[in-house]
Design a protein around this ligand. Structure first.
Ligand code: XMP
Length: 515
């Protein structure tokens, strides 16, 4: 498939470049900046993009690139640091600590250029740079400028372009158009990327990799593992696919049953449902401290997983995972290694996963997809909306939404209250506007009055946030009337809850979960 290869120099928005191009149908791959330029890597590659970076070209550890990329005759677009690196490498001059430009910066397009096709003579760009181009490299000519600095240049003979602004950021006017002018126009890449194509290619790959061996997938109830399961069922014979769902007793209302019934409807023959509630609640007994609870849940998960997988008696089997492209590039492939902020990972890797990885027996059928693409694939594969748009749910489940000690009774109370909350959000058309909503049971009781009697019930906190990726979050601007009605519904129907509050803290400084 025609591909645009992005070399990642650690820029914060590197992944957005890949997303924008996929949006216009061009397949993209991101590799670390120091990946050697080999014929194997360049198979199908029609264009190269050098990303931005937090470094200055003058810093001693500034990332450099294999010079062979400049010799292979493939069009190159340098973005921000990528432009500065191209300039420096080809004999121009970068000015360190120049006048900085951040945010929206108006630009003038000075002459017709295929990169700016249909952009017009001026537009609002988005900048984030300290260094800038002082002298263009020999053979380059200026195409676009800001009031202060060169903003874009092209080589007169080679297909090399450099831009100082960030077209991948949504605030950059014509950003997607400029990227697509590069990929489709200048590189001549075909827009071949679609979910159907992905299914076809990845399906063939999975089939070839697994052959007739068994494959085991642990289902969490979330969208990624469910889509991965359906994809395996689509391309392999149902006898090969073993799905295991560990019910920790810390799941949301109706979750376990719904997941099982969907998988069965979609043709799963072996759904191994493990009721591990007692093992998890046993491990949590007496624990109040958040980190101790998380550790107990993580350790129990690993133990239960090992015990239950051993009982299946599968030999020589593959382990499938619903890992996404973002997870892979952040961990395995070395991409992002020059990024200055490293995303924290919550997912526990178990000894089983590690052993299978070492043996080369891991299959990751969603490994080239972003989250929203997984949702699209889920729709294509016939999964219901309730699974595809389900809000994220943390591995430790309700265990970190019941503050203090976790007991079966408290799980029931929280499940019931949270179930009502979520159903109401859906009924009122609010669920899809919210990135994540849930309830938290506090280890506090307060006085109330029902009928003529005194009541002493739990306090429940409702949380609803908007976010892009969970790294930062804003409080959802909840319509007050809906909030009042939901609160009253919960206190009326869940006897043990005497008071409802709404959490109005953003992240940072708070986190999304309470523990
Ligand atoms: P925080 O609370 O850190 O949460 O702001 C950010 C996002 O991550 C989810 N989360 C977890 N997911 N295992 C997970 O798989 C965990 O231990 C975990 N802790 C938090 C949280 O629900 C939110 O979406």
């Amino acid at each position: 498939m025609d591909t645009v290869l992005i070399l990642d120099f650690g820029g914060q928005t590197c992944q957005l470049i890949a997303r924008r191009l996929r949006e216009v149908g061009v397949f993209t791959e991101i590799v670390a900046f120091d990946t050697p330029c080999t014929p194997e890597l360049l198979k199908g590659v029609k264009g190269l993009i050098f990303s931005g970076s937090p470094y200055s070209v003058y810093e001693p550890e500034a990332p450099k690139v294999d010079p062979a990329y400049l010799e292979v005759g493939i069009p190159i677009l340098g973005i921000c640091y990528g432009f500065q690196l191209l300039t420096q490498t080809l004999g121009g001059k970068v000015k360190g600590q120049a006048l900085k430009e951040y945010g929206r910066v108006p630009l003038r397009v000075l002459q017709p250029d295929p990169l700016f096709e249909a952009v017009g003579q001026g537009f609002q760009s988005w900048m984030s740079h300290g260094d800038s181009i002082e002298v263009l490299a020999p053979g380059f000519e200026l195409v676009c400028e800001s009031d202060h600095h060169p903003a874009a240049a092209r080589h007169r003979s080679f297909k090399f372009w450099g831009i100082q602004f960030h077209p991948e950021v949504s605030h950059c006017e014509y950003g997607t158009l400029i990227l697509s002018n590069f990929a489709l126009g200048i590189c001549g890449a075909k827009a071949e990327w679609s979910m159907d194509r992905y299914l076809e290619l990845e399906g063939d790959k999975v089939k070839a990799q697994i052959g007739s061996r068994p494959v085991l997938l642990l289902i969490s109830g979330g969208v990624d593992s469910t889509v991965a399961a359906v994809m395996l069922l689509k391309v392999l014979s149902p006898e090969q696919v073993h799905l295991m769902y560990i019910d920790t007793g810390l799941m949301r209302q109706g979750e376990s049953k719904e997941v099982e019934s969907i998988l069965r409807t979609l043709g799963a023959r072996y759904v191994h449902l493990v009721d591990a509630e007692e093992r998890f609640l046993g491990a949590l007994k007496g624990l109040e401290e958040p980190e101790a609870k998380r550790k107990a849940i993580g350790d129990t998960f690993i133990r239960v997983q090992e015990q239950e997988v051993a009982l299946l008696n599968l030999s020589d089997y593959y382990l499938a995972q619903g890992t996404l492209y973002t997870d892979l590039i952040e961990s395995g492939k070395g991409v992002g290694k020059k990024a200055k902020v490293i995303k924290s990972h919550h997912n526990v890797s178990s000894p089983l996963v590690e052993a299978k990885r070492r043996a080369g027996l891991i299959v990751e059928p969603l490994g080239m997809l972003y989250k929203d693409e997984v949702r699209l694939l889920g729709e294509r594969l016939g999964l219901p909306e309730s699974v595809i748009w389900r809000h994220p749910f943390p591995g430790p489940g309700l265990g970190i939404r019941i503050l203090g000690e976790v007991t079966k009774d408290k799980c029931e109370i929280l499940r019931q209250a949270d179930g009502l909350y979520i159903v109401e959000l859906k009924k009122r058309g609010l669920y899809r506007q919210i990135w994540q909503a849930f309830s938290v049971l506090l280890p506090v009781r307060s006085v109330g009055v029902t009928g003529d009697a005194r009541d002493y019930g739990y306090v429940l906190a409702l949380r609803a946030v908007t976010s892009k990726d969970g790294m930062t979050a804003d409080v959802f601007d909840f319509p007050f009337k809906d909030l009042l009605e939901i609160s009253s519904l919960i206190t009326n129907q869940v006897k043990a809850v005497g008071r409802v509050t709404y959490d109005i803290s953003s992240k940072p400084p708070s986190t999304i979960e309470w523990e």
